[in-house]
Design a protein. Sequence first.
Length: 374
Amino acid sequence: MKKNVEVVIVGAGSMGMAAGYYLSKLGMKVLLIDAHNPPHDKGSHHGETRIIRHAYGEGSQYVPLVLRAQQLWDQLEQESDMKLFLHTGVLCAGDPKSSFVKGAVDSGRKYTLPIEHLSKEEIEYRWRGFSLPEGFSGCYEPNSGVLFSEQCIAAFRKLGLENGMTYLPFTKVEKIEMNANGAVIQTDLETYFADFTIVSAGAWSGKILKQTGLDLPLRPVRKTVSWVECSQELYDSQVFPAYTFDLLDAHYYGFPSINGSGVKVGRHDGGQPIDPDVQISPYGQSDEEEIRSFLHKCLPNANGPLRKGSTCKYTLTPDEDFILDRHPEHQHLFIAAGFSGHGFKFSSVVGEIISQVITEGKTPFDLSSFKINR
């Protein structure tokens, strides 16, 4: 027998858990289904931390979203009484030809954000842990910082459950069948009928959406992050910012040493295509080698022994912009997918947007850049 639910969310990671929280806060009866038990290490949200930048090199269309996201993270921190945000500031630096750095500067200027334009010499004077190639420059955002990603999801989960949200971990969605009035969602345990469905299943979104007749160009890839020994005097989070560097032929990002964790660093571009249902290869020597040249060049006193390495998944769209849109044939199915390695910071506002679309039929945010038919 089918169980009727107002809203079913397939995938309860960062976007799904946020949507569940905001819908439950509005009094909606919402069911979250996940094949694992977020926060977990099977998707894109683990690894302890994520950067939140306001001046956005990927395009100024993201700035209103990320500013609202920051407000919502601050609210969530207060409501949950959990530490979710660390105010470190963020440095965006790169080659003089970097369109990414230029985009960050331009978006900051467009929205009158408090950013500082810094030369190589000014960056190295302020933070002795940096050593930049000749000609590099950057912009520093003093109001940005670091989100504790797993804690953020735990906060959404805790408050959502208190609001009456229903959550089914370790439950696999085997089939979605759309009809004129909703969707029949078959799991390995039960079958549900949903008036409205959200697919926010990360690397599995493409496979799930094919069942609805929609074949999106979503490409899951394997990525890694590394933690290395460093000079605490230079790289502690009380004195050193989070950072993102565009070297033109490679793009790196990283974090200061938080509570003695060591510097965390990852490469944003590249990645090996994967099938999310096949176990990805563990962190190895080649992954460590990938970050060593960057550390040697730009953070020489953070190039110590490896503390640990971890793998995760990006799900890329061709233009690396998100997909936030209704299904073209089934308006009662909303898709939040393809976050391309820079989505976590937006998960609070994406959750709010989904709740607005479902309860009001619209959102005040401009989502034209994230349409399926773009």
